[in-house]
Unconditional design. Structure first.
Length: 119
């Protein structure tokens, strides 16, 4: 890249959930992983990453864990953290009544979460 990045090594995030290929690549190369789905899915995928790390001799704590969630899932933020999430990526959705010229993503659950947690 020109100009270069601030960090000499740009962090690599690999997103996906394939246990035989994608999560092995996460263990081998990624600085961050991104998975999605219900809490139990996140817990399982993080366990698989840990198992791949053990097989290749990598410390699994070297990989930051991210989870893509819908705003409504913020109510389960603590459960995602307990399942191994270091970061939550809140995905926007269009309003239920569809798009209009001035539509905005429905971030009401996010705003509620931020207010509740003083952010």
């Amino acid at each position: 890249m020109n100009p270069g990045t601030v960090n000499p090594k740009m962090p690599l995030m690999i997103g996906g959930s394939g246990e035989k290929f994608t999560l092995r690549l996460v263990a081998e190369h990624a600085d961050l992983s991104n998975v999605f789905g219900p809490v139990e899915n996140v817990r399982k995928k993080n366990q698989v990453i840990d198992e791949w790390c053990a097989k290749i001799g990598r410390n699994p704590r070297e990989i930051e864990r991210t989870v893509a969630i819908n705003p409504e899932d913020l109510e389960m933020a603590d459960e995602f953290a307990a399942a191994g999430a270091d970061h939550l990526i809140v995905m926007g959705r269009p309003p239920k009544d569809g798009w209009t010229d001035d539509s905005r993503f429905n971030f009401a659950p996010l705003e509620k979460y931020l207010a509740k947690h003083g952010r």
